[in-house]
Design a protein around this ligand. Sequence first.
Ligand SMILES: C[C@H](O)[C@H](O)[C@H]1CNC2=NC(N)=NC(=O)C2=N1
Length: 97
Amino acid sequence: MAAVEQLTEEERTTWLRALPKWSLARDGAAIERKFEFADFAEAFSFMTRVAIMAEKRDHHPEWFNVYNRVEITLTTHDAGGLSLRDVNMAKKIDALV
Ligand SMILES: C[C@H](O)[C@H](O)[C@H]1CNC2=NC(N)=NC(=O)C2=N1
């Protein structure tokens, strides 16, 4: 796969404005968002939809689930930090909820 470029600090700031529900994590190397659903079935349904999308895009979330809560962290391992792939994925995830 072609190398994926890490976002510069300026690009990070700009892109994050378009993702108000996500915050920078790991010293700018990742973004994260917490989700809360009615129950486990709703949370897992959401996770299933994210998983299918992740496979299609070959870009996979780091996540944590307890009952109705899901926490998602996006980072690009191939870039060693945040890339446009994370920003695009976050937008797609936002559109699912
Ligand atoms: C070999 C495979 O295509 C790569 O490792 C993909 C898979 N999914 C990935 N997911 C994420 N979040 N970052 C990556 O760099 C990444 N790379």
